[in-house]
Structures are given as structure tokens and as C-alpha cells.
Design a protein around this ligand. Structure first.
Ligand SMILES: Cc1ncc(COP(=O)(O)O)c(C=O)c1O
Length: 359
């Protein structure tokens, strides 16, 4: 039976990447050992790191105005690194809030700077992006932060936020590499790797070079972007295996035809699933159509008492990890880059049959 893993993260890897990891495990690049057992200062590892950065720059069209950094500590470390590097207790930062992760980000940032949110922060499950008047934002704020795709709620920005000229910073943890965008619109972008860039342990960070090394605060060396930019992320022993897996994923993205081709596939996958859910009598998605996520599709059963049996039967049919986050409830299909269209078709066939027998 083919298993499809709809986990929100750590998430499914492309099969070709797993096959390559298996092939490399005992003898990586003719070295006679695995990449996990080698010095990060070895020439082989440095060559790998060079290819990784070059490929990331090529696929995302990143100019030399930006430093590319690989930082441990997950996206959550960026929630504090960003304010302590770029703002100060006297400074301020604006946060657009439309879901769980944005709320976590502002909570952490408010320990280090004066935060302002674009709309009142609610305990409700967000189903759209609240409107705000950008003209009221202080143009001297140190940065404007938003979460391009809220992974739990399945709410995604399909246009750039208005910032009143404030430098734009973005948590793209769940949608970097899933669609095309213009890096030059941003001052800073970050994404932890375990959804579309490989496995947990490493966070991909892009920052305009002129923003780096400007901290007004005394900060630990390991949380200073300058440390990573100056050493090309080789200051301490980096998470070498996640770094190597990221390169395999980037090669895979290129082999698929690049980010544009991946985006087209993701649009087909998500619209196929939303179309089915929208016409069904048993399932529904509550997110406003103009901000539905192309990579995390939450859906609810009309009768919540059926949730457990739905999860048991779907799992038995090889459709794994469909349970929604406990803060949101219901189901969620995370259909990141590694999930093929056949995964969506198999899921819909299962949902149809379940609706026929339980609807
Ligand atoms: C959008 C977003 N931001 C941040 C995080 C937190 O990432 P990490 O666990 O790597 O710190 C997640 C995790 O799912 C996420 O989806």
C-alpha cells in the first residue's frame, strides 16, 4: 500500500531524496563515510555548502545584497533574534497577526521591543487576514513582521502586506520554496527546514547585508546575524546532516523544473482538494477564499463525532497525519512540495467513500 504522509512538519520528504540519503549513508561522495561523520571544515563539506548556497540563490533569485545564513534553533529562535538584532527596547516593530505563529512571534518580540499589531489579537481561530490601515503605522518602526502562511489555520497571504515603508520581514516556514515571489521586496526572510527544505535542525535565513551588525543591544555571539554572515554559518559546528539534506531537496526542486513548476503543481493539488471540499455535504473549509493556503488545507466534518473514526480509517488506508492541530480542531492535509497529485486523488477517493458511508 502506498502511504501518503500529510504531516504539517516535520513533513514528508521526496522519495528521491530519501533514496539518495540511503545511497550516501555508507559512502558519501567517495569519502568512505557518511556526511554525518565528517568535519564541517573538510573540503568535501565546504564544497557541499557552496553548492547549497549557490543553488538556493539560483532557485530563489537571491542577489548578493542578501546574506544567506543557516542558523540552528528553529523558526522560534528567529522570533527573538530578529528584535534583538534589528530593534531595541526603545525601538518598535509592527506585527501583522492572522494566526497562531504570528501570535507566538509577537509575544516573544514584545520582550525585546515595543510591538504593535495591525489588528486586535484574538483567541478566535483566524479564517482570514484582518484589514488594517497602513497609513497609521509609524514609518520609523524598525521592521514589519508577518507570517506568509499560517500553518495551523491554513491562512496564506497572496499579496504583499502594506507597510508604510517599514522594512518587511517574513516567517516563510511553511511556504518557502512552494511558490514564486520577489526576494527584493523583503529585508529579511526565514524558514525552518522541516517542511519544504529538508529536516529539522536548521533555519534558512536571508537578510539584507546592510541590516546586519547594527544591533544596539549586547547580544550573545551565537544570536548575532553578523556571526553567521561573516563565517558563512561556519562559526560553530553546524547541524551538518540537515544542511546536506537541504542540498538534496534543492537539487530535487531544480529537477522538478524549479519553484515555478512546483508552484503550478501546488496550485493544482490545492484547488483539486478545495473544489472537492466545497461541493461536499460532509466536509467544509472555513477560510476566506482569497487567503486560503495552497499548502495546508484544514477541513472540518459536519458531524464532529465522526472525527475519530475518520482518522482511524484514513490512517488504515495509508493516509497519515490528517488530524488538525489541537488549537484548531478538525482535520488538516498538509500538501507540501513532496506530496504528489496522486496523494490528493487518493485522499479525495477516501473522503468520497467515507461521505457515502457516513454522510
Ligand atoms: C509558520 C511557522 N512558523 C514557525 C514555526 C515554528 O518552527 P520551529 O519549530 O522550527 O521553531 C512553525 C512550525 O510549525 C510554523 O509553521
Amino acid at each position: 500500500m502506498t502511504v501518503y504522509n500529510f504531516s504539517a512538519g516535520p513533513a514528508a520528504l521526496p522519495i528521491e531524496v530519501k533514496q539518495q540519503i540511503e545511497a550516501d549513508l555508507y559512502d558519501w561522495n567517495g569519502t568512505g563515510c557518511s556526511v554525518m561523520e565528517m568535519s564541517h571544515r573538510s573540503q568535501e563539506f565546504k564544497d557541499m555548502a557552496d553548492e547549497n548556497e549557490a543553488l538556493a540563490r539560483e532557485l530563489l533569485n537571491i542577489s548578493d545584497d542578501y546574506a544567506v545564513m543557516l542558523i540552528p534553533g528553529g523558526a522560534r529562535l528567529q522570533y527573538s533574534m530578529l528584535p534583538i538584532n534589528v530593534s531595541s527596547p526603545q525601538g518598535s516593530a509592527v506585527y501583522a497577526i492572522n494566526g497562531h505563529w504570528g501570535k507566538q512571534a509577537i509575544k516573544e518580540a514584545s520582550r525585546f521591543t515595543q510591538t504593535v499589531s495591525t489588528a486586535p489579537i484574538s483567541d478566535e481561530v483566524y479564517a482570514d487576514i484582518p484589514d488594517y490601515d497602513a497609513a497609521t503605522l509609524n514609518p520609523n518602526a524598525d521592521y514589519f513582521h508577518f507570517t506568509s502562511n499560517e500553518t495551523l489555520e491554513g491562512v496564506q497571504w497572496h499579496k504583499l502586506p502594506e507597510t508604510n515603508g517599514i522594512p518587511l520581514c517574513c516567517d516563510m516556514t511553511s511556504d518557502l520554496l512552494t511558490r514564486e515571489f520577489d526576494v527584493d521586496d523583503y529585508s529579511m526572510i526565514y524558514a525552518s527546514a522541516q517542511k519544504n527544505m529538508g529536516i529539522a535542525g536548521i533555519t534558512f535565513v536571508l537578510m539584507k547585508r546592510n541590516m546586519i551588525g547594527q544591533s544596539k543591544n549586547l547580544i550573545p555571539t551565537m544570536t548575532d546575524y553578523k556571526t553567521y554572515a561573516d563565517t558563512r554559518s561556519f562559526y560553530n559546528t553546524p547541524p551538518t546532516f540537515p544542511w546536506y539534506v537541504m542540498l538534496l531537496v534543492l537539487r530535487w526542486v531544480k529537477a522538478q523544473g524549479g519553484v515555478g513548476a512546483i508552484q503550478a503543481a501546488n496550485q493544482t493539488k490545492s484547488s483539486t482538494l478545495y473544489d472537492y471540499v466545497d461541493q461536499s455535504g460532509l466536509y467544509m473549509n472555513k477560510v476566506a477564499k482569497n487567503c486560503r493556503s495552497e499548502v495546508n488545507v484544514p477541513f472540518w466534518l459536519a458531524d464532529e463525532n465522526l472525527n475519530q473514526v475518520f482518522l482511524e480509517q484514513s490512517s488504515a488506508a495509508g493516509l497519515k497525519a490528517l488530524k488538525g492541530h489541537m488549537a484548531v480542531g478538525g482535520m488538516r492535509a498538509s500538501i507540501y512540495n513532496a506530496i504528489p497529485l496522486s496523494g490528493i486523488e487518493t485522499l479525495i477517493t477516501f473522503m468520497q467513500e467515507f461521505e457515502r458511508t457516513h454522510g
